[in-house]
Write a protein that binds this ligand. Structure first.
Ligand SMILES: [Ca+2]
Ligand SMILES: [Ca+2]
Length: 161
């Protein structure tokens, strides 16, 4: 009987464990795709892969309770650029005007992007197809860039509070 109870307990514990596994915790296997960097109380997770779409990147961020990085100052922008490796061109970050052209907001909560420091001649909605926001190593400001991967081969960066 004691053995049965023990087995039952193990069974239940196993279920609790798997339930937790579905939450956004660092135990998630997707975490392996990220390199953690910390700055001013928030954590940044840089992807190892190139983004395919903004939605896919955002979903990946959600697995670790995060969201596509929201750059709120020049200091934060500089910090993110400093995290870029030698081979990195830039990152996809949070911010989109896909809901309303020219109106920049965060897809996760539809709040307006308050810090908009654009690069020269940006945003230009090139080819009518640039509704996401990117940060390039060589640019001081942001660029609007395609939400779906085309010529751009950028990683994405998640932020976790
Ligand atoms: Ca646009
Ligand atoms: Ca652009």
């Amino acid at each position: 009987m004691a053995a049965m109870t023990k087995l039952l307990l193990l069974f239940l514990m196993g279920h609790v464990g798997s339930a937790n596994g579905q939450e956004c915790l660092p135990q998630n296997e997707n975490l392996k795709r990220f390199v953690l960097q910390q700055f001013r109380g928030v954590s940044y997770y840089i992807s190892n892969d190139i983004y395919t779409t903004d939605d896919a990147a955002a979903k990946m961020c959600e697995t670790i309770c995060g969201y596509l990085a929201e750059v709120n100052s020049l200091v934060e922008r500089n910090r993110l650029v400093s995290l870029m490796g030698n081979d990195d061109i830039g990152f996809l970050i949070g911010g989109t005007d896909k809901y309303r052209e020219g109106y920049w907001e965060y897809a996760r909560n539809r709040k307006p992007v308050e810090y908009l420091q654009w690069f020269y001649n940006e945003p230009n909605d090139y080819d009518g197809n640039e509704d996401c926001m990117c940060l390039l190593k060589v640019s001081v400001g942001f660029l609007d860039c395609p939400c779906a991967r085309r010529l751009w081969e950028l990683k994405y960066v998640c932020e976790v509070d």
